[in-house]
Each structure stands twice: as structure tokens, then as C-alpha cells.
Design a protein around this ligand. Structure first.
Ligand code: NAP
Length: 286
């Protein structure tokens, strides 16, 4: 298929690379020039990338970035033809995504929210999970592309529902990691050796996918970004915004947000979100 891929960050670049490897005709664009994908053509603007594309896929930081890439100067929306499908894998507010969908549909295109889970490792290995809000027929049409970049795609419902589910899942990730980090700090402060503690965690019901993924990095004191803290912090604010819009209280998340605020203030925003552990250690005098 002819695919425009917009945004070549930690996630977008390997996703686009996997589309090229599968034999698709891919044209990429990234805001900062110089990021490329082997075997893909490079466009100067989103509008140029999207020209003649059957699918326009984007994966950029936040709501503002999505709006700029689609509807800003030389935005991809200028090239939308009847039948073009725009797929957004960025994590943004569901209500903002719905507005994007309306604007793309008014041009005769279709729109899909398809945020992902699986992080950098999943993107590189083509093992992402897509959490999708789309019309059923459009979802079906995209199956080969989901299968190229991921290990599964679940259609949650119509537009916006993919993002609504994604935010709920990231809420669990943020709280689960925070529980793990606080447990490590409390244990360490009491003089517990972390190796046997990890063995206990892995044998018991507190084991989790989040701990499985993060523990090797944390134990190796490697806080380079897989999922940068600035993006998880952004997601926490999206969750709190969605909660406010829907009359939901999230007291646990509000508390965790304060840990992120402190950690960002300490200069950790470009480290992995696991570096919130450093902030907890610091306040415990470790
Ligand atoms: P990233 O490495 O920070 O890349 C962000 C991308 O967005 C870059 O290509 C950046 O361009 C572009 N961008 C930012 N602001 C822009 C703007 N105003 N206009 C145009 N482009 C802009 O982020 P990532 O880790 O790939 O994440 C991308 C999305 O996936 C985010 O919504 C994130 O929450 C979500 N996500 C990430 C992970 C993960 O583990 N990393 C997992 C699941 C979901 P430049 O190169 O010019 O800065």
C-alpha cells in the first residue's frame, strides 16, 4: 500500500521501518529534519507525504502535535482524498481525537484512533498491541498493517474508544510501577536485599507485566528512556482531563501526579518514567 508515516520518534521510526520491510511504499516526514527510515522516501511536509497516500499514519507526541501535523500549515489534511484513511497512534485526549475525526470525515476521508502499547521494544520487534477506535470495515481493511507492526489489534468501539481504553490501561501502568517503586524504596530503607525481594515478587501474585518489563532496567540502574517520563506525565494529565470531563475521581493518580511533578522538577523528564524511583529514593534519603 502507499503509506505516509508522520513522526519518527522512539515509536514511529521502528513502526515505519517495519512497514517498509513488509514491502509497502512508505513516504516519511518528521518535524526535525534528518530522521529517516531506510528504504522510505522522505517528504518535506506532511501535505507532501500524504499526497496520493492510501493511508496516512501518524505517531507524534501530543494533541497539539497531532493538530499541527494534520491541520497546520502544509498539514496532511490538505492532501486527503475521498477514501484516504488517517490512523493516529499518538496518545491524545479522546475528545480532541473525535474532533480530528470529524474534520477528516468532512473531507471524505476516514479516521482511526489506534494508540499502542508495547513501548520501544514492542515497536522494534513488530510486537505492539493496537487499541483501536474505528468503524468495523475500516478496522478490517487495516488488519494487514496492524499485523505488520504488532502482535494484535483490538477494536474497542467507534472513534475515541481506542484512546479511552488506552488511557485507562496507562493509568494501571503508572499506578503499578509506582507501587513497585515505593515497595523497593521501603524495602531498601529497611535493609532488605533487592535480589531475594525480586525473586519473591516473581513467585507471588504481585508479579505483573509492568514489573517484568521494568525490573531489569531498574535493577541495572538504567533509566534511559523507553517511555520518557515527559510522555507518561502528559498521559497522566490526559487521564485527569478525561476524568474531569466524565465526572470521575482518581485520587490515587492525583497523588502519583505529584510524584511526577517533583521528578520533572528534579530534571528527570527525558529519562524513563521509571526514574520516578530516583525521586522516591531521594526523599527517603537513599
Ligand atoms: P518521541 O520519541 O518523543 O517522538 C515524538 C515525535 O513527535 C517526534 O517525531 C517529534 O518530532 C514529533 N513531534 C512532537 N511535537 C511535534 C509538533 N508540534 N509537530 C510535529 N511533530 C511533533 O515520542 P514516542 O515515544 O515516539 O511517542 C509518540 C506517541 O506514542 C506519544 O503520544 C506517546 O505517548 C505514545 N506512546 C509512546 C510509547 C513509548 O513507550 N515510547 C508507548 C506507547 C505510546 P521531532 O523529532 O521534531 O521532535
Amino acid at each position: 500500500m502507499r503509506i505516509a508515516f508522520l513522526g519518527l520518534g522512539i515509536m514511529g521510526r521502528p513502526m515505519a521501518q517495519n512497514l517498509v520491510k513488509a514491502g509497502h511504499q512508505v513516504k516519511v516526514w518528521n518535524r526535525t529534519a534528518g530522521k529517516t527510515v531506510e528504504g522510505a522516501a522522505v517528504a518535506a511536509t506532511p501535505k507532501e507525504a500524504a499526497r496520493d497516500a492510501e493511508i496516512v499514519w501518524l505517531c507524534v507526541s501530543d494533541t497539539k502535535a497531532v493538530e499541527q501535523v494534520l491541520f497546520g500549515h502544509d498539514g496532511a489534511a490538505d492532501s486527503i482524498q475521498p477514501g484516504t484513511i488517517v490512523v493516529d497512534s499518538s496518545t491524545i485526549l479522546p475528545s480532541a481525537s473525535l474532533k480530528c475525526a470529524e474534520r477528516i470525515r468532512s473531507k471524505g476521508g476516514d479516521f482511526v484512533d489506534a494508540p499502542v502499547t508495547g513501548s520501544k521494544v514492542g515497536a522494534e520487534a513488530g510486537q505492539l498491541i493496537f487499541i483501536v477506535g474505528a468503524r468495523q470495515a475500516t478496522f478490517d481493511k487495516l488488519q494487514p498493517l496492524f499485523a505488520t507492526m504488532g502482535k494484535s489489534a483490538v477494536r474497542v468501539g467507534e472513534n475515541g474508544k481506542g484512546l479511552a481504553a488506552k488511557l485507562s490501561m496507562n493509568l494501571m501502568i503508572a499506578l503499578t510501577f509506582e507501587g513497585f517503586a515505593e515497595a523497593l524504596v521501603l524495602a531498601k530503607k529497611q535493609g532488605v536485599d533487592l535480589q531475594p525481594l525480586m525473586s519473591l515478587i516473581n513467585q507471588s501474585m504481585v508479579r505483573s507485566g509492568v514489573v517484568d518489563y521494568k525490573a531489569p532496567f531498574v535493577m541495572g540502574r538504567d533509566f534511559t528512556a523507553n517511555f520518557p517520563m515527559r510522555l507518561m506525565h502528559k498521559d497522566i494529565h490526559l487521564m485527569l482531563d478525561a476524568a474531569r470531563q466524565n465526572g470521575v475521581k482518581l485520587p490515587g493518580l492525583e497523588t502519583v501526579d505529584r510524584v511526577y511533578e517533583a521528578s520533572v522538577h528534579q530534571g528527570n523528564e527525558n529519562l524513563d518514567y521509571a526514574a520516578t524511583l530516583l525521586t522516591l529514593e531521594k526523599s527517603a534519603g537513599l
